[in-house]
Structure formats: structure tokens, C-alpha cells
Design a protein around this ligand. Structure first.
Ligand SMILES: Cc1cc2nc3c(=O)[nH]c(=O)nc-3n(C[C@H](O)[C@H](O)[C@H](O)COP(=O)(O)OP(=O)(O)OC[C@H]3O[C@@H](n4cnc5c(N)ncnc54)[C@H](O)[C@@H]3O)c2cc1C
Ligand SMILES: Cc1cc2nc3c(=O)[nH]c(=O)nc-3n(C[C@H](O)[C@H](O)[C@H](O)COP(=O)(O)O)c2cc1C
Ligand code: SF4
Length: 664
């Protein structure tokens, strides 16, 4: 791993390797009594080899809080909680406090900004700061930096990207001022420069000050690349310790960290900034999650450090595993956002679908049992895999029966959707991990009453998952048709005009696969979103491979899917001409297509040559129902889709696997 494991000097701190754990709001901030839980979470990541961790944004004053669940430096209760946090982490690594002000992104009627322009993602119109108030806010950054040092932080990061206050001052889209803090690009920079000066003035010599600046805002009309370089150079000239390159604003219509984004997509921007800003370490961030992307970054010397955020939720030991050459055992972040960013936006505590222990480390401490049992797990979907892994880690003897010739269950099926090939990493992780820790996996072994009995285990965990629901409609036999499972396994090959019956998560995913067969690449992504224009990034319309219509009886398409990701998928499908129909009943299929009746009574023929059924799933619990009646003196646990197919997803399945192992 070339230079990845050489130390780097950031001010008076020597970071042992080139990784930074990027800033993540954990969803528990703003409360007292949370220091222990946070310290256990961060402590695990230090133990796993990262040398410096940036906290989620900590507001520099009251109006800068993004929401109620934020710490605020000037609040003594919060400062004390942060002191407890740092006390608990003393000697483990360097905690870096992110100095944060939400500006017009604060979900509060008293929000402030450079100009009174409402953010599309906020219902409140901000009040424009007066020039005096600008100076007072700058002072708050300085005071907060001083408190950060006093309460035990070893570094600070000034939040100047992602569309928050400093970024709002730098952008002509949100800064319409004509004073010291607005006008030409130079004056739009002044707020950032003055904040850096104030922070520096309040900290001892050599105290590391990272500035998270926006490499590209992804808002039409955003600062030009030359202006961005103007800012990076100005910050360097003010002796900032390092520049961490953030990407995109929260209101941007370009997905920046989801599965629609190829790995390493933003390294080239950080690299261009590095090339034109010699003399200061540059940190690349966003969507770097695997060994080969990391290796490429360092072997090409694109940047000096990599910031990873979500990959540390998925695997606290990612750095150690990379260092020891055990990347095959990394539990890779699959960029789904389901338990991290979605939770943060819903003001729930953050965790991770593939590692539900994240942020629950104080509850699940993996102490070995004193009463080891023989455990049989049936099924290797997410629920069974996690149950088996955790049960073994707790000291039990574990065997799995899987009827198919590979592990993964529906998650494996999902990996055929563009972008969801990330799920193959989870399957690779479990395969290697279960082998390494000694779980016995019996593939091609369908569990039956007889072979379960013969195994004579103390505990049987049924994780037999779900199967596609059957569906009958007059005339369906007149057109080629198949279930989503038939389509994704290649058993059914649709034609050129397809009606997808069912518009839940799977229906929408199937539409995605019908319009686009491959994962996004750097070229296809840059082209799709016109990224190379730099100031005019937006989705471009494209001609899809097929005509696709997605039908849903009631409710919105993709209802319940990730608030931080689904909008982008829908936007992509619409840009490829996918049509969405809802509020209807299915009447019949003829050789010309699908006939539906809308709620207003209007009958409509959708011309198509094939149909894919995505009409939901049923729990596969028949074996459990039979077995439970005849077993004696055995603990039997039912989990995942097999327990309840309604709204089942991998997040719930992994979590129930974890819980089941703890309930043995
Ligand atoms: C196209 C698609 C996209 C999806 N996208 C997402 C997503 O983005 N995010 C998300 O959270 N979820 C997603 N899901 C849903 C997710 O995959 C499922 O909710 C999850 O896999 C359910 O996990 P499970 O362990 O309960 O069951 P399953 O994944 O159904 O696994 C059950 C396993 O048990 C085995 N089995 C059954 N009976 C027996 C038996 N008698 N003996 C031995 N083995 C048996 C099966 O072969 C299977 O391997 C998607 C699903 C699909 C189809
Ligand atoms: C749950 C969550 C909370 C975040 N909170 C912050 C934050 O408070 N400040 C910040 O600068 N970035 C925040 N981010 C953005 C991350 O620092 C990072 O840029 C993003 O997750 C992409 O990088 P990754 O692919 O390595 O995760 C957050 C991300 C997540 C997932
Ligand atoms: S929930 Fe999904 S995106 Fe978030 S850290 Fe886990 S795998 Fe990554």
C-alpha cells in the first residue's frame, strides 16, 4: 500500500498513516449523558488503526445549529459533555472538532445567511447577517476553537463546504452582498479567511487547523474552478494546516455519495486542487471505500490523505485490515445511506446496515459466553449471516444450512441492480469472515425436518427469508412474463417495452436494471451529470435501452425508500424516459399490453411486449411452522423476512440477526 502507511505531520501532530475518519454527525449530539456511548464508538475506530477522527459538526453558536440535535461550544453543558468525551479517549488518538455553522441550512425560523435567500431544502427564509453580525459570528468561531482546545480536542476542522455558512458566503448563488463579505470572488472569500484567522488566533502555535473547503458545489452558477483555486491558495497562504476537499451541497440535484456514484469519483477534483495548491496537504473525501481505489490514490500520489466516513461505520478495523493485507476481511460500506445519512436526516442515531453494532458498541460488547451451545442457522440472507457470525464470535458452535449453491439470499439477487454490485462486497466479507472464524457453512443443503432433527442442535435459528408473491391477472399468459427473481437470475429475458407491475423498492430497482445494465463508471457518471462543465452540473436526458412503465396501485413509487437516495434514482429513471403510473387497478393483459383502470374510471392500455412482476414478497416460514410443533427442549428463533415479510429490508434483517445471536 505504497505511501498509505507512512506518517504525515499535521501541525504539531504526527498522524501515523494517511487516513482520516471523516466528520459524521452521530444523531446523539446535543444531549448530555452520551459521552460514554460516543467514546466507545470512537475508541473502537482508534483501536482499528485510524489516527485522527473528526467529530460531526459542533456549532459555534446557537443560530448555527443545524437542528436541535447539535452540540454547541458556547453551551457549558455541551462543552462539559465534550470534555468527558475527550477524557474517555485520552491517549487513544487525536480527536478533531468540526467547527460548524449551518447558515441557511439550519432548520429553524431564526436561521441566518449571507443573503436572505431560502435554501430549497429548508422552509425557512434566512435573515441576512449585517456586517457587524458577520464579525460577531467570526468571533464565535474563534471562541469555539479556544473551547475546543480547552476541552481536550487535539485538532479542529473548519466546516467550509457542503453548502453550510462559509460555503454560502463563497458562492455567488447565495451571496448577493456588496460589502467586505460579498461582491467579487475575493470578497466572497473574506468570511472564510477571517474565520481561519480568528481560529488561529485562539489556538496555540502548531495546533492543527484543517479547512474543509468545497471542491465543487454542484449547483448551477457555483464558483468557477479558478475561484476555487483562488480560495485554496488564499487559505494556504494563511497557513492552514491541511485542506479537506468536500463535494456538493445538500440541496444539489447530483448524487455524490450514493450507489449511483462510482468509487473514487471525487479524487480527480482533489487532485486538481493539489496540483494547483502546492505547499499544503490535500485530503480527498467521499466514496472511497475499497482497497484498490485507495491503492490507486496513493500509488498515483493524487492526494496526501484520504478521509473516509461511512467506511468506518461499516468496519472500525478497516485501516488495520488494509495495513495487514487482509482487505478480503473488510466489511465494506455499500453506500446505501440507509442506517447512516437517512438516520441523521430523520434525527435518529446513526448506525450501519452491514454493521448494526455501530454506535451500539456499549450494548454489544462481544464478551464470550460461559455456556457455549450448538447452533444451527437456516438460510444465508443478511439475517442468517449476521446471526451466524455474531453467535460464533460469542463463543457458540455454529453450522449453517443454505439450500442454494451460494450465500447472500435476496441480497445476492439485489447485487444485479446497477450500483448494488456493492452488495457483493458484503457477501465476500461474510464468506471470508465466516470461514476464518470457523462457522461451518453447508451449501446445497435444504433444511428439512429430518436433517434439522438429526443435527440435534441446542438452538435453531430460522432465517429462511422471503419468496416472491404469486400474482394472477386475466390474460397474463398472453405476454411473456416473469417475477423479479426470474429476471434478475436470467431465467426470464424481457423484450424492448416492459410493464413493471409493482412500484415498491424492488419494482423501481428492476426498472433501473431494465434501462441500464451496468454499474456507473467515472465516464458515464461525469457525462450523465455534466460534471466536467464544473459550473453547470445537472442531469442530462438520455435514451434508454428500453421503454419502461412502472405501475403501482396505491401510494408513491418507492415509498419508504431512503430519503437521501431515492430522489436521485427517480430522477435518473425519469431522465431515461421511465414512466410512473399510480392510483389504479389492474384490469387485464392482452397481446397488445397491460390494461389498467385509474381511480377516475379511465381505462388505459400501456403497450408493451413483456411484463415483470414485483408484487411483493411472502415470508418463507413453512418449515419453521412445521418444526416448531414437534421440537422439544430446543430454543427456536425466527428472524428476518421469514418472521415478517412486510417492509423487510436488509437493515432489519442484519439487525435481527445480531439480536438473535445475543438471545441464544
Ligand atoms: C432487487 C432487490 C433489491 C433490494 N435492495 C435492497 C436495498 O437496497 N437495501 C435493503 O436493505 N434491502 C434490499 N433488498 C431486500 C433485502 O435483500 C431483503 O430484505 C433481505 O435479503 C432479507 O433478508 P433475510 O435474511 O430475511 O432473507 P433472504 O435474503 O430471503 O435469505 C433467505 C435465505 O434462506 C435460504 N433458505 C430458504 N429456505 C431454506 C431452507 N429450507 N433450507 C436452507 N436454506 C433456505 C434462501 O435460499 C436464502 O438464501 C432488495 C431485494 C431485492 C430483491
Ligand atoms: C451520518 C452522516 C453524517 C455526516 N455529518 C457530517 C458533518 O457533520 N459534517 C461534515 O462535514 N460532513 C458530514 N458528513 C459527510 C461525511 O463527512 C462524508 O463527506 C460523506 O459521508 C462521504 O464520505 P464517505 O463516502 O467516506 O462516507 C456526514 C455523513 C454521514 C453519512
Ligand atoms: S448504512 Fe450503508 S452507507 Fe451507511 S455506512 Fe453502512 S453500508 Fe455504508
Amino acid at each position: 500500500m505504497s505511501t498509505a502507511f507512512t506518517p504525515i505531520q499535521l501541525g504539531n501532530v504526527t498522524v501515523p498513516n494517511r487516513f482520516l475518519m471523516g466528520s459524521m454527525h452521530l444523531g446523539v449530539e446535543g444531549e448530555t449523558g452520551v459521552a460514554h456511548r460516543m467514546a466507545t464508538f470512537y475508541g473502537k475506530r482508534f483501536e482499528g488503526g485510524v489516527g485522527m477522527i473528526v467529530t460531526g459538526g459542533i456549532s459555534v453558536n446557537e443560530e448555527g445549529k443545524g437542528s436541535k440535535s447539535f452540540f454547541q461550544f458556547l453551551d457549558p453543558l455541551h462543552a462539559n459533555e465534550l470534555k468527558l468525551l475527550n477524557g474517555a479517549l485520552k491517549g487513544k488518538g487525536v480527536m478533531c472538532a468540526q467547527l460548524f455553522h449551518a447558515g441557511r441550512y439550519a432548520f429553524d425560523r431564526n436561521c441566518v445567511a449571507p443573503s436572505a435567500i431560502r435554501a430549497p431544502i429548508n422552509r425557512y427564509v434566512p435573515r441576512a447577517l449585517t456586517e457587524d453580525e458577520c464579525w460577531r459570528t467570526i468571533e464565535d468561531f474563534g471562541r469555539s476553537a479556544k473551547i475546543a482546545h480547552e476541552v481536550g480536542f487535539g485538532a479542529v476542522e473548519i466546516m467550509g463546504s457542503e453548502g453550510y455558512l462559509l460555503n454560502q458566503f463563497f458562492s455567488p448563488v447565495t451571496n448577493h452582498r456588496d460589502d467586505y463579505f460579498g461582491g467579487d470572488a475575493k470578497r466572497r472569500m473574506n468570511f472564510s479567511i477571517e474565520v481561519l484567522r480568528a481560529v488561529k488566533k485562539n489556538l496555540p502555535e502548531g495546533f492543527p487547523i484543517i479547512f474543509r473547503m468545497s471542491g465543487i458545489d454542484l449547483i448551477p452558477g457555483n464558483p468557477s474552478f479558478e475561484e476555487v483555486i483562488g480560495l485554496s491558495n488564499a487559505l494556504r497562504d494563511e497557513n492552514v494546516t491541511a485542506l479537506n476537499i468536500g463535494i456538493g451541497w445538500h440541496e444539489s440535484r447530483i448524487p455524490t455519495i450514493s450507489q449511483l456514484v462510482p468509487r473514487g469519483a471525487w479524487v480527480p477534483i482533489a487532485r486538481r486542487i493539489k496540483e494547483q495548491t502546492p505547499g499544503v496537504p490535500i485530503i480527498a473525501s467521499n466514496r472511497v471505500n475499497d482497497a484498490s481505489t485507495i491503492e490507486k490514490v496513493f500509488s498515483e500520489q493524487s492526494v496526501d490523505m484520504i478521509s473516509m466516513a461511512r467506511p468506518f461505520l461499516a468496519d472500525p478495523f478497516i485501516v488495520q485490515k488494509l495495513a495487514n493485507g487482509h482487505s478480503e476481511r473488510i466489511n465494506t460500506c455499500v453506500a446505501c445511506n440507509q442506517a447512516c445519512l437517512d438516520h441523521a436526516f430523520q434525527e435518529k442515531h446513526v448506525s450501519c446496515i452491514v454493521n448494526p453494532v455501530a454506535m451500539n458498541e456499549d450494548k454489544y460488547n462481544f464478551k464470550k459466553t460461559t455456556n457455549p451451545k450448538n447452533v444451527l442457522v437456516i438460510g444465508t440472507g443478511p439475517a442468517g449471516l449476521e446471526a451466524a457470525r455474531v453467535a460464533k464470535e460469542l463463543g457458540h458452535d455454529v453450522t449453517i444450512f443454505e439450500k442454494r449453491d451460494q450465500i447472500g439470499g435476496q441480497f445476492q439477487l439485489a447485487s444485479h441492480i446497477p450500483g448494488k454490485s456493492e452488495f457483493n462486497e458484503t457477501i465476500r466479507y461474510f464468506k471470508n469472515e465466516l470461514n476464518a472464524i470457523g462457522v461451518k457453512i453447508q451449501l446445497n443443503t435444504e433444511a428439512t425436518i429430518e436433517n434439522i432433527k438429526a443435527k440435534n442442535s441446542d438452538v435453531v435459528i430460522f432465517a429462511s427469508g422471503v419468496i416472491p408473491r404469486e400474482f394472477h391477472l386475466k390474460g397474463l399468459e398472453l405476454l411473456p412474463h416473469g417475477s423479479y427473481a426470474d429476471y434478475l437470475t436470467g431465467k426470464f429475458v424481457p423484450g424492448k417495452a416492459v410493464a413493471v407491475i409493482g412500484g415498491g423498492g424492488i419494482g423501481v430497482d428492476v426498472a433501473h436494471r431494465l434501462t441500464e445494465e451496468n454499474d456507473p463508471t467515472l465516464e458515464s457518471y461525469n457525462q450523465k451529470y455534466n460534471i466536467n462543465s464544473f459550473t453547470n452540473a445537472m442531469i442530462q436526458t438520455a435514451k434508454a435501452k428500453r421503454k419502461v412503465g412502472v405501475f403501482r396501485r396505491n401510494g408513491k413509487h418507492g415509498a419508504g425508500l431512503g430519503p437521501t437516495t431515492f430522489w436521485a434514482l427517480k430522477q435518473e429513471l425519469e431522465s431515461e424516459g421511465v414512466e410512473f403510473f399510480q392510483g389504479l387497478t389492474y384490469k387485464e393483459v392482452t397481446k397488445d399490453g397491460l390494461i389498467v383502470v385509474f381511480k377516475n374510471g379511465e381505462e388505459f392500455l400501456y403497450p408493451c411486449d413483456s411484463i415483470i412482476l414485483c408484487v411483493g414478497q411472502e415470508k418463507e416460514d413453512s418449515l419453521y411452522e412445521q418444526y416448531v410443533k414437534q421440537s422439544q427442549n430446543q430454543k427456536i428463533i425466527l428472524i428476518g423476512g421469514a418472521k415478517d415479510a412486510k417492509n423487510i429490508d436488509a437493515k432489519r434483517a442484519f439487525f435481527e440477526g445480531l439480536e438473535a445471536a445475543y438471545n441464544i
